[in-house]
Structure formats: structure tokens, C-alpha cells
Design a binder for this molecule. Structure first.
Ligand code: PHE
Length: 344
């Protein structure tokens, strides 16, 4: 056996053994296996040297190479097993679940103040025999304007900046079209609350393009301004608290005649004067009046056999006045810090 081949074999064995044991990952280890034991690895290479050996030397060298191969395969398997074990425990440590960690607390939801006001107002009015109606948000021009005595090209249309859908449809600018739907379809006498979102092309610290209204309509025989004032005064006391005064200022709405603007004494300062009531002691809360006979005529209701009153409020405004909220834009923001303040 040539001395140099045997020495080379020894050094391959030593190098491979040391390298296998020092490998730091199963991938590195596998690459080393290819390098030493693979098809064109060091052991295969050294076998080629057998070609120049004598007949006696060949089997001896061949046997030696096989022994080295078996030994290296055993060292490889051992190293591989150790590395895999380490890798699995490292992976398990990294993915460990700490079951003692506190969970994520789910915060309690709360009702939106707009819905709270609707429910509260409806609660008050239902005690007077009113039931609730909603109606479509996209209205025919007829219901939003014409039937409410606001003809096309009439200056009264400018009172409400309108979003038009097409020539004959609008996003309703108020809840008053619900009055017409009820008058057309329901039996008399009638006591209904119309409520929901309304839309106007308007946006600043005290106006939203999408806000909410609530309005009452009462139709019966012999309904007078005294019934209207009595109902609103009752409502104001129930909603804002006992001891508040109500006053009516002459105004104009095409669908009521006579019409009035309703003020109540400021619930925040009780009429003494504060920034909310601009130091007047009074706060405007909505509009009202007796149903205009032209509205009855459009809805084909016999007048003066039947008469009626209506009044309407902005819901955000009712909440602003009751809770002293400074910016109407807080309502659609849905910031939970704002909403949580109303949790009962
Ligand atoms: N619809 C009126 C508005 O939006 C309010 C109103 C309702 C006035 C009912 C009188 C009667 O301004």
C-alpha cells in the first residue's frame, strides 16, 4: 500500500470527523457529508488512486476505505441526531406559549348618543300615544318638497341646501316627508314620530352634512296651537328636566301655518346665561306649527274636519344641549373615548 494514499485517507478521516462534530446546523452538516462522502467527494476521489496500486495492495486499501466510510457515516448520524435535538428544542423555546399571560380585555360597547336621544324622546312621546316611523333616505322631490308646500323654484327651497340624486330624487333634507307618507297611508286620528338621518350640503362646527332629526305629527279633529304648546312644554320638561320654561317665537315653514321657533330656558345654566346659550338664557331647539291646509290638501285629507300640529328637532342638537357637547363633529367620528362618556 502506498504510504501517501494511506496518509491521505487518514487525514480525510480526521478532517471529516472534526468537521462533522463541529457543524453548527443540520444543513452545514449535510453539505460536509456531500463534500467527504458524496459521489464526487474526497473518499470517491481517493479510490481512484487504487488504479495505480499492486494486486495485493488494492483489496487492503479498498477494505480500509470502506472502514473509514462506515466510521464516518456513524459519526455523521450521531452528529445529525444531536443537531436535530438542539434545533427542535430551540424551536420549541422560541414558540413557547406563556399560558399565564393576562388576556386582552374586550371593552364594553355603548349605545351611540344619537340612538340614546331617539330612544329617550320616543319613550317620552310614546306615553302620549305616539308611535315611530322611519321612511326612505332617498326621497322623491314630491315628498321632500312639493307635498310639503315647497314648490319648484320657490325661495323656501333655499332654506335647505340639498343633495340631488337626479332630477326627481334627493337625499331627504328633513324628516318631514315622513309626515306625508303617514298621511297618505294611515288611518286618522294619527300620532306619529318620524325619525332618522337627514342630509344637507353643509359642514362646520355646528352643522353636519349627515345629521338626525326627530319630529312629531298629530292629526285629529279640533287640534289647536294650545295642544301644540302643551305637548312641547311637556316634552321639554320630561327631556331636559322639571322647571325649564318654553317659549314660542313666530317663524315660517311652508308646511305649517302658523309656524313658530321653539326655545327652552338653557338647561346648562338654568336661564342665567352661559356660553352654550350665548348669554341669553334661552336655547333654540326646533321648529313647529299647525299643519298647513295645503299639506292636507296634497295628502287628500279633509280639512277643517281634521287639523294637526307638527314639531321637529335636530337630534345631535338635543344631545349637545343636554350634555354640553362643544363640537357637533364628534358625533360621526365614533371615537370610543367620546362615546364611552354616555354609558349609563
Ligand atoms: N322640517 C323642519 C326643518 O327641518 C322642521 C320642522 C318640522 C318645522 C315640523 C315645523 C314642523 O327645518
Amino acid at each position: 500500500m502506498s504510504n501517501t494514499s494511506a496518509q491521505k485517507l487518514d487525514s480525510i478521516q480526521n478532517a471529516a470527523q472534526t468537521a462533522f462534530k463541529a457543524a453548527s446546523s443540520s444543513k452545514d452538516l449535510y453539505d460536509l457529508k456531500v463534500q467527504f462522502l458524496g459521489k464526487s467527494g474526497s473518499l470517491t476521489e481517493i479510490m481512484k488512486e487504487m488504479a495505480s496500486m499492486s494486486k495485493e495492495e488494492k483489496p487492503l486499501f479498498g477494505k480500509k476505505v470502506n472502514e473509514v466510510k462506515q466510521l464516518l457515516e456513524a459519526v455523521y448520524s450521531e452528529a445529525e441526531e444531536a443537531l436535530k435535538k438542539n434545533e427542535i428544542s430551540a424551536k420549541m423555546a422560541a414558540e413557547e406559549l406563556d399560558l399565564t399571560l393576562p388576556g386582552f380585555a374586550r371593552s364594553k360597547g355603548s349605545q351611540h348618543p344619537v340612538n340614546m336621544v331617539i330612544e329617550e324622546i320616543f319613550g317620552i312621546m310614546s306615553r302620549l300615544g305616539y308611535s315611530i316611523r322611519t321612511g326612505p333616505l332617498i326621497e322623491k322631490d314630491y315628498y321632500n318638497f312639493e307635498a310639503l308646500n315647497i314648490p319648484a323654484d320657490h325661495p323656501a327651497r333655499d332654506m335647505q341646501d340639498t343633495f340631488f340624486i337626479d332630477k326627481t330624487h334627493v337625499l331627504r333634507t328633513h324628516t318631514s316627508p315622513i309626515q306625508i307618507h303617514s298621511l297618505e297611508t294611515e288611518a286618522l286620528p294619527l300620532r306619529v314620530i318620524g325619525t332618522g338621518p337627514v342630509f344637507r350640503c353643509d359642514s362646520d362646527i355646528s352643522h353636519l352634512p349627515n345629521f338626525h332629526q326627530i319630529e312629531a305629527l298629530c292629526v285629529d279633529e279640533k287640534v289647536s296651537m294650545a295642544d301644540l304648546k302643551g305637548t312641547i312644554s311637556f316634552f321639554v320638561r320630561e327631556y331636559f328636566g322639571a322647571g325649564l320654561k318654553t317659549r314660542f317665537r313666530p317663524s315660517f315653514f311652508p308646511f305649517t301655518e302658523p309656524s313658530a321657533e321653539v326655545d327652552c330656558s338653557c338647561p346648562i345654566c338654568k336661564g342665567k346665561g352661559c356660553s352654550l346659550c350665548k348669554h341669553t338664557g334661552w336655547i333654540e331647539i326646533g321648529g313647529c306649527g299647525l299643519v298647513n291646509p295645503k299639506v292636507f290638501h296634497a295628502a287628500k285629507i279633509e280639512y277643517p274636519k281634521y287639523q294637526g300640529f307638527a314639531f321637529g328637532f335636530g337630534i345631535e342638537r338635543m344631545a349637545i344641549i343636554k350634555y354640553g357637547i362643544e363640537d357637533i363633529r364628534l358625533f360621526p367620528e365614533n371615537d370610543v373615548r367620546f362615546l364611552r362618556q354616555f354609558v349609563k
